[in-house]
Design a protein around this ligand. Structure first.
Ligand code: ADP
Ligand code: SR1
Ligand code: MG
Ligand code: MG
Ligand code: MG
Length: 423
């Protein structure tokens, strides 16, 4: 059942919706000229509908949540409260990292609609750019800044405990978290209804995964961590399809899965998607376009993202940690030598644990994208089934290894060396 008064928009009615709201219409053009506006539904994600309206004054992006999962249909109902979460998360992210999120213009609870800044061409979805063979030299530093800023400033390292607790309640996001718990941590390991894979090439690999006790145990432990650890406000779905970029700008979109969870999950999702892109490169390479530079850059990007994140996170802790209740001034920020030594020791332990958890989450994310409901276009766009299966098998094996032997991968350098060796 949908919200009272809810109506699904289409390319026609979204014009009337915007024309009736002066604060939105000003981004497109005078409402009485709306017949000349163009509208396109561009939703290429799994879940929602997204309209781009263009007129003489410019363009606007309007996103609407229907009461079900778009790729499945009405048989899979889904809370429309996800749009409130997306609006509140965009606003929270904008307070910490305004240069990396689209501006939110409005949130309409009745119609389950948000309107936001249109990210004009040449911005494209990074996953699409990667499939085309692009390199994004500033992606790693920009995402490192986004992750460090949003995760640090919403954690108990930066917030008093009363504010932290009320944030956890505001971003509980029960149904979206249950969806993630199901599609990432459970369904890939049993014959769930919506799973699919490249068949018959990967049939044996999928059977082996379902019989893999160590993988099942590791997935269940990560699921518990995902559900129990309320550490910071996560984006919750930070894959390369949630990033729009050019060579010089980077925007993170689509935080409808935002909730208070383990920082490692956000860090891992983006790193895993870069690794999936890496394992897909051989399926896109040709004699004329061997893509060697892109292949090297993807692994460098993984290292630079982790290194940049760890450095920026530590810097924020040094500068702002005295504001949070977990690293109170008395413990870590006095002028005494002991205070500084305690802070540095705590930072090292914190980041070591975050990395260990991130390696496991990376494995789970890679596995689900090969055998679960939602695959990645990086692989799906490889037309030849046999070529695609080779790329997918490498990603699946590597993902399984990270999932099960997470603590054996001590650094981002080791991670990328092992990814190179898996190829
Ligand atoms: P979903 O929640 O269904 O995954 P997204 O928020 O990811 O939806 O949006 C789907 C697509 O709409 C994106 O892949 C992108 O092409 C386009 N899009 C979304 N937000 C914007 C925006 N602010 N500006 C331009 N295009 C956008
Ligand atoms: C029904 S699963 C859909 C997937 O797409 C979203 O972007 C999330 O990654 C989710 O797991
Ligand atoms: Mg999306
Ligand atoms: Mg989404
Ligand atoms: Mg994923």
């Amino acid at each position: 059942t949908s919200h009272p008064g809810f109506e699904a928009l289409d390319c026609d009615s979204v014009k009337s919706y915007v024309a009736a709201r002066p604060a939105l219409a000003k981004h497109v053009g005078p409402p009485d000229g709306r017949d000349s506006w163009t509208v396109e539904e561009v939703g290429d994600g799994n879940i929602n509908f997204v309209y781009i309206l263009e007129g003489p004054a410019g363009a606007l992006c309007v996103k609407q949540a229907l009461p079900f999962v778009r790729v499945v249909g009405e048989s899979w109902p889904l809370t429309q409260d996800r749009v409130r979460i997306e609006a509140e998360a965009l606003a929270a992210e904008a307070t910490h990292c305004p240069q990396h999120v689209p501006a939110l213009y409005s949130y309409d609870a009745r119609m389950c609609v948000i309107a936001m800044q249109y990210l004009a061409l040449p911005h494209i979805i990074v996953r699409k750019g990667l499939i085309e063979g692009r390199i994004y030299p500033l992606l790693a530093p920009h995402l490192a800044a986004f992750l460090a800023g949003t995760l640090f400033h919403t954690s108990l390292l930066a917030l008093p405990s009363d504010e932290f607790r009320s944030n956890i309640a505001r971003f509980t996001n029960v149904d979206m978290c249950r969806l993630t718990e199901q599609v990432i941590f459970t369904d890939p390991y049993h014959p769930a209804q919506h799973n699919w894979h490249t068949t018959p090439q990967l049939d044996g690999d999928v059977a082996a995964l379902r019989a893999d006790v160590a993988a099942r145990v590791a997935a269940s432990q990560l699921k518990a961590k995902f559900t129990q650890q309320h550490q910071a406000l996560l984006h919750g779905d930070l894959h390369t399809g949630s990033i729009m970029a050019t060579g010089s700008t980077t925007y993170v979109i689509d935080p409808e899965f935002a909730y208070y969870g383990p920082m490692a999950f956000d860090v891992a999702k983006i790193l895993a998607n870069l690794l999936l892109a890496f394992f897909s490169v051989d399926g896109h390479a040709s004699a004329a376009d061997p893509r060697s530079e892109q292949r090297r850059w993807l692994l460098a990007c993984v290292r630079e993202l982790w290194g940049g994140f760890a450095a920026r996170f530590t810097q924020l802790w040094d500068e702002h940690g005295h504001k949070g209740d977990v690293c109170a001034a008395e413990l870590f920020h006095g002028s005494s030598r002991e205070g500084t030594a305690a802070r540095q020791e705590a930072q090292g332990q914190f980041l070591a644990e975050l990395w260990r958890d991130a390696v496991g989450f990376m494995g789970a994310v890679m596995v689900r994208r090969i055998v679960g409901i939602a695959h990645v276009a990086d692989m799906e766009s490889i037309a030849d089934d046999n070529v695609r299966a080779v790329c997918e098998r490498r990603a699946l094996c590597f993902g399984r290894k990270l999932l099960v032997q997470g603590s054996g991968v001590a650094s981002a350098e080791q991670l990328t060396e092992e990814a190179e060796a898996e190829r």
